[in-house]
Design a protein around this ligand. Structure first.
Ligand SMILES: Nc1ncnc2c1ncn2[C@@H]1O[C@H](COP(=O)(O)OP(=O)(O)OP(=O)(O)O)[C@@H](O)[C@H]1O
Length: 255
Protein backbone atom coordinates (compact mmCIF):
# COMPACT_ATOMS: atom_id res chain seq x y z
CA UNK A 1 0.00 0.00 0.00
CA UNK A 2 1.47 3.44 -0.90
CA UNK A 3 2.32 5.42 2.27
CA UNK A 4 -0.30 8.08 1.44
CA UNK A 5 -3.06 5.47 1.56
CA UNK A 6 -2.16 4.28 5.05
CA UNK A 7 -3.91 7.11 6.81
CA UNK A 8 -7.08 6.30 4.86
CA UNK A 9 -7.31 2.99 6.75
CA UNK A 10 -8.59 3.65 10.25
CA UNK A 11 -6.31 2.44 13.03
CA UNK A 12 -9.40 0.80 14.56
CA UNK A 13 -12.61 -0.24 12.83
CA UNK A 14 -15.34 -1.74 14.99
CA UNK A 15 -18.72 -2.72 13.58
CA UNK A 16 -21.65 -4.29 15.39
CA UNK A 17 -19.42 -5.39 18.25
CA UNK A 18 -21.31 -7.32 20.89
CA UNK A 19 -19.98 -9.01 24.01
CA UNK A 20 -22.15 -11.16 26.21
CA UNK A 21 -21.19 -12.46 29.61
CA UNK A 22 -23.83 -15.17 30.03
CA UNK A 23 -27.15 -13.31 29.77
CA UNK A 24 -25.56 -9.85 30.30
CA UNK A 25 -24.70 -7.75 27.24
CA UNK A 26 -21.58 -5.79 28.20
CA UNK A 27 -21.38 -4.44 24.61
CA UNK A 28 -24.48 -4.10 22.49
CA UNK A 29 -23.62 -3.83 18.78
CA UNK A 30 -21.27 -0.85 19.00
CA UNK A 31 -19.64 0.62 15.88
CA UNK A 32 -16.87 3.21 15.64
CA UNK A 33 -13.68 4.11 13.79
CA UNK A 34 -10.50 5.58 15.21
CA UNK A 35 -8.66 7.47 12.43
CA UNK A 36 -4.93 6.82 12.17
CA UNK A 37 -2.92 9.41 14.09
CA UNK A 38 -5.85 10.60 16.20
CA UNK A 39 -6.35 10.47 19.96
CA UNK A 40 -9.82 9.25 20.89
CA UNK A 41 -11.42 8.97 24.33
CA UNK A 42 -13.77 6.25 25.48
CA UNK A 43 -15.91 7.84 28.16
CA UNK A 44 -18.66 6.39 30.28
CA UNK A 45 -19.66 5.64 33.84
CA UNK A 46 -18.68 2.54 35.75
CA UNK A 47 -19.73 -0.58 33.87
CA UNK A 48 -20.33 1.25 30.56
CA UNK A 49 -18.14 -1.20 28.64
CA UNK A 50 -14.85 0.69 28.19
CA UNK A 51 -12.50 -1.98 29.56
CA UNK A 52 -14.39 -4.72 27.72
CA UNK A 53 -13.90 -2.79 24.46
CA UNK A 54 -10.18 -2.31 25.11
CA UNK A 55 -9.76 -5.98 26.09
CA UNK A 56 -11.35 -7.09 22.82
CA UNK A 57 -9.15 -4.70 20.83
CA UNK A 58 -6.13 -6.27 22.53
CA UNK A 59 -7.35 -9.77 21.72
CA UNK A 60 -7.64 -10.61 25.44
CA UNK A 61 -11.40 -11.22 25.13
CA UNK A 62 -13.25 -12.73 22.18
CA UNK A 63 -16.27 -10.85 20.85
CA UNK A 64 -19.65 -12.60 20.82
CA UNK A 65 -20.43 -10.92 17.50
CA UNK A 66 -19.20 -8.18 15.17
CA UNK A 67 -16.15 -7.04 13.21
CA UNK A 68 -12.94 -5.78 14.83
CA UNK A 69 -10.16 -4.58 12.54
CA UNK A 70 -6.98 -3.12 14.00
CA UNK A 71 -4.32 -1.47 11.81
CA UNK A 72 -6.09 -2.94 8.80
CA UNK A 73 -6.22 -6.54 10.07
CA UNK A 74 -9.03 -8.68 11.40
CA UNK A 75 -8.30 -9.29 15.10
CA UNK A 76 -9.98 -12.68 15.04
CA UNK A 77 -7.86 -14.20 12.29
CA UNK A 78 -4.75 -11.98 12.06
CA UNK A 79 -4.03 -11.00 15.63
CA UNK A 80 -0.41 -12.14 15.34
CA UNK A 81 0.22 -9.51 12.63
CA UNK A 82 -1.14 -6.66 14.70
CA UNK A 83 0.01 -7.31 18.27
CA UNK A 84 3.70 -6.43 17.61
CA UNK A 85 2.57 -3.01 16.32
CA UNK A 86 0.41 -2.09 19.30
CA UNK A 87 0.68 -1.96 23.08
CA UNK A 88 -1.31 -1.00 26.14
CA UNK A 89 -1.14 0.25 29.67
CA UNK A 90 -3.63 -0.29 32.46
CA UNK A 91 -3.47 0.43 36.18
CA UNK A 92 -5.32 -2.87 36.68
CA UNK A 93 -2.55 -5.00 35.18
CA UNK A 94 0.36 -5.16 37.58
CA UNK A 95 3.87 -6.10 36.54
CA UNK A 96 5.40 -9.06 38.45
CA UNK A 97 6.28 -7.65 41.85
CA UNK A 98 9.54 -9.38 42.62
CA UNK A 99 11.22 -8.58 39.32
CA UNK A 100 13.13 -5.33 39.20
CA UNK A 101 11.99 -2.63 36.80
CA UNK A 102 14.88 -3.49 34.45
CA UNK A 103 14.03 -7.23 34.59
CA UNK A 104 10.36 -6.55 33.85
CA UNK A 105 11.17 -4.32 30.88
CA UNK A 106 13.65 -6.95 29.63
CA UNK A 107 11.05 -9.75 29.86
CA UNK A 108 8.48 -7.67 27.95
CA UNK A 109 11.10 -6.63 25.41
CA UNK A 110 11.88 -10.31 24.75
CA UNK A 111 8.16 -11.10 24.42
CA UNK A 112 8.03 -8.51 21.64
CA UNK A 113 11.23 -9.93 20.09
CA UNK A 114 12.91 -6.52 20.24
CA UNK A 115 16.51 -5.98 19.20
CA UNK A 116 18.90 -3.55 20.91
CA UNK A 117 16.92 -4.02 24.11
CA UNK A 118 19.56 -2.61 26.47
CA UNK A 119 19.69 0.65 24.54
CA UNK A 120 15.90 0.81 24.28
CA UNK A 121 15.48 0.35 28.03
CA UNK A 122 18.17 2.97 28.65
CA UNK A 123 16.37 5.42 26.37
CA UNK A 124 12.97 4.76 27.96
CA UNK A 125 14.49 5.11 31.45
CA UNK A 126 15.90 8.53 30.51
CA UNK A 127 12.65 9.71 28.92
CA UNK A 128 10.39 8.50 31.72
CA UNK A 129 12.72 9.34 34.60
CA UNK A 130 13.25 5.73 35.66
CA UNK A 131 17.05 5.65 35.85
CA UNK A 132 17.17 5.72 39.65
CA UNK A 133 14.58 2.95 40.07
CA UNK A 134 15.69 0.45 37.40
CA UNK A 135 17.15 -1.90 40.05
CA UNK A 136 14.20 -1.71 42.45
CA UNK A 137 11.59 -4.47 42.73
CA UNK A 138 8.51 -3.37 40.78
CA UNK A 139 6.19 -4.23 43.66
CA UNK A 140 7.72 -1.59 45.96
CA UNK A 141 7.14 1.43 43.76
CA UNK A 142 4.73 4.30 44.34
CA UNK A 143 1.65 4.65 42.11
CA UNK A 144 3.34 7.39 40.08
CA UNK A 145 6.49 5.33 39.60
CA UNK A 146 4.40 2.27 38.62
CA UNK A 147 2.55 4.36 36.05
CA UNK A 148 5.82 5.53 34.50
CA UNK A 149 7.13 1.95 34.39
CA UNK A 150 3.84 0.76 32.82
CA UNK A 151 4.20 3.51 30.20
CA UNK A 152 7.78 2.43 29.50
CA UNK A 153 6.52 -1.14 29.01
CA UNK A 154 3.76 0.17 26.74
CA UNK A 155 6.17 2.18 24.57
CA UNK A 156 9.03 -0.31 24.41
CA UNK A 157 8.06 -1.57 20.94
CA UNK A 158 7.38 1.94 19.52
CA UNK A 159 3.67 1.10 19.07
CA UNK A 160 1.68 2.63 16.22
CA UNK A 161 -1.42 2.11 18.33
CA UNK A 162 -1.53 2.68 22.06
CA UNK A 163 -4.51 1.60 24.18
CA UNK A 164 -4.58 3.25 27.58
CA UNK A 165 -7.03 2.36 30.32
CA UNK A 166 -7.19 5.32 32.71
CA UNK A 167 -3.59 6.46 32.17
CA UNK A 168 -3.60 8.88 35.13
CA UNK A 169 -5.82 7.03 37.63
CA UNK A 170 -4.59 7.52 41.23
CA UNK A 171 -1.83 9.96 40.27
CA UNK A 172 -1.30 13.28 42.02
CA UNK A 173 -2.12 16.33 39.84
CA UNK A 174 1.54 17.10 39.15
CA UNK A 175 2.40 13.54 38.04
CA UNK A 176 -0.84 13.28 36.04
CA UNK A 177 0.03 16.53 34.24
CA UNK A 178 3.50 15.18 33.46
CA UNK A 179 2.02 11.95 32.02
CA UNK A 180 -0.39 13.95 29.82
CA UNK A 181 2.46 16.12 28.57
CA UNK A 182 4.52 13.02 27.86
CA UNK A 183 1.67 11.48 25.82
CA UNK A 184 1.29 14.73 23.85
CA UNK A 185 5.00 14.73 23.02
CA UNK A 186 4.95 11.03 22.12
CA UNK A 187 2.07 11.53 19.72
CA UNK A 188 3.65 14.61 18.13
CA UNK A 189 6.95 12.77 17.66
CA UNK A 190 5.62 9.46 16.35
CA UNK A 191 2.18 10.15 14.87
CA UNK A 192 0.86 7.19 16.91
CA UNK A 193 -2.85 6.58 17.37
CA UNK A 194 -4.10 6.60 20.96
CA UNK A 195 -7.37 5.25 22.33
CA UNK A 196 -7.82 6.02 26.00
CA UNK A 197 -10.48 5.28 28.56
CA UNK A 198 -10.68 7.99 31.19
CA UNK A 199 -12.82 9.39 33.95
CA UNK A 200 -10.91 12.66 33.85
CA UNK A 201 -12.70 15.14 31.60
CA UNK A 202 -9.95 17.78 31.74
CA UNK A 203 -7.54 15.11 30.47
CA UNK A 204 -9.89 14.27 27.62
CA UNK A 205 -10.34 17.91 26.62
CA UNK A 206 -6.58 18.37 26.60
CA UNK A 207 -5.53 15.20 24.76
CA UNK A 208 -8.38 13.97 22.59
CA UNK A 209 -9.52 14.88 19.08
CA UNK A 210 -12.70 12.87 19.41
CA UNK A 211 -14.87 11.37 22.13
CA UNK A 212 -17.02 8.23 22.23
CA UNK A 213 -19.60 8.39 25.02
CA UNK A 214 -20.62 4.95 26.29
CA UNK A 215 -23.52 3.95 28.48
CA UNK A 216 -24.87 0.49 29.24
CA UNK A 217 -22.78 -1.17 26.53
CA UNK A 218 -23.79 1.28 23.78
CA UNK A 219 -22.23 4.38 22.25
CA UNK A 220 -24.80 7.04 23.08
CA UNK A 221 -22.99 10.06 21.62
CA UNK A 222 -19.80 10.94 19.81
CA UNK A 223 -17.92 13.88 18.30
CA UNK A 224 -15.09 16.30 18.92
CA UNK A 225 -15.03 17.83 22.42
CA UNK A 226 -16.15 21.12 20.78
CA UNK A 227 -19.09 19.38 19.02
CA UNK A 228 -20.26 17.89 22.31
CA UNK A 229 -19.94 21.15 24.24
CA UNK A 230 -21.99 22.94 21.56
CA UNK A 231 -24.61 20.18 21.31
CA UNK A 232 -25.25 20.09 25.05
CA UNK A 233 -24.82 23.84 25.53
CA UNK A 234 -22.12 23.27 28.16
CA UNK A 235 -18.80 24.89 28.98
CA UNK A 236 -16.92 21.73 29.90
CA UNK A 237 -17.02 17.99 29.25
CA UNK A 238 -17.66 17.20 32.91
CA UNK A 239 -21.15 18.75 32.55
CA UNK A 240 -21.74 16.96 29.23
CA UNK A 241 -20.78 13.70 30.91
CA UNK A 242 -23.25 14.33 33.74
CA UNK A 243 -26.02 15.24 31.25
CA UNK A 244 -25.51 11.93 29.47
CA UNK A 245 -25.12 9.89 32.65
CA UNK A 246 -28.34 11.38 34.06
CA UNK A 247 -30.28 11.34 30.77
CA UNK A 248 -30.55 15.12 30.70
CA UNK A 249 -29.77 15.45 27.03
CA UNK A 250 -33.18 16.68 25.92
CA UNK A 251 -33.46 19.16 28.75
CA UNK A 252 -29.98 20.51 28.03
CA UNK A 253 -30.63 20.75 24.30
CA UNK A 254 -33.79 22.81 24.73
CA UNK A 255 -32.84 26.49 25.12
N1 LIG B 1 -15.51 -11.16 33.06
C1 LIG B 1 -16.74 -10.65 33.22
N2 LIG B 1 -17.78 -11.47 33.55
C2 LIG B 1 -19.02 -10.98 33.69
N3 LIG B 1 -19.35 -9.68 33.52
C3 LIG B 1 -18.36 -8.84 33.19
C4 LIG B 1 -17.01 -9.27 33.01
N4 LIG B 1 -16.26 -8.20 32.67
C5 LIG B 1 -17.10 -7.14 32.66
N5 LIG B 1 -18.35 -7.52 32.97
C6 LIG B 1 -19.53 -6.65 33.00
O1 LIG B 1 -19.62 -5.95 31.77
C7 LIG B 1 -20.02 -4.60 31.99
C8 LIG B 1 -18.96 -3.66 31.41
O2 LIG B 1 -17.80 -3.72 32.22
P1 LIG B 1 -16.46 -2.89 31.88
O3 LIG B 1 -15.41 -3.35 32.83
O4 LIG B 1 -16.19 -3.00 30.43
O5 LIG B 1 -16.93 -1.40 32.21
P2 LIG B 1 -16.08 -0.06 32.30
O6 LIG B 1 -16.76 0.94 31.42
O7 LIG B 1 -14.64 -0.32 32.00
O8 LIG B 1 -16.28 0.35 33.82
P3 LIG B 1 -15.29 1.05 34.89
O9 LIG B 1 -15.31 2.52 34.59
O10 LIG B 1 -15.97 0.74 36.18
O11 LIG B 1 -13.93 0.43 34.77
C9 LIG B 1 -20.23 -4.44 33.48
O12 LIG B 1 -21.61 -4.64 33.74
C10 LIG B 1 -19.40 -5.57 34.07
O13 LIG B 1 -19.94 -6.01 35.30
Amino acid sequence: MPPDDRSAVPAIHVEGLTKRFDAHKALDAISFDVPAGSTVALLGGNGAGKTTTISILLGLLLPSDGIVRVLGHDMLTERYRVLPRMNFSSPYVDLPHRLTVRENLTVYGHLYGLTGLKQRIGRMAEELDLVSILSRPSGNLSAGQKTRVALAKALLNDPELLLLDEPTASLDPDTADWVRGFLERYRARTGATILLASHNMAEVERLCDRVLMMKGGRIVDRGTPADLLARYGRGNLEDVFLDIARDRRRAAAVP
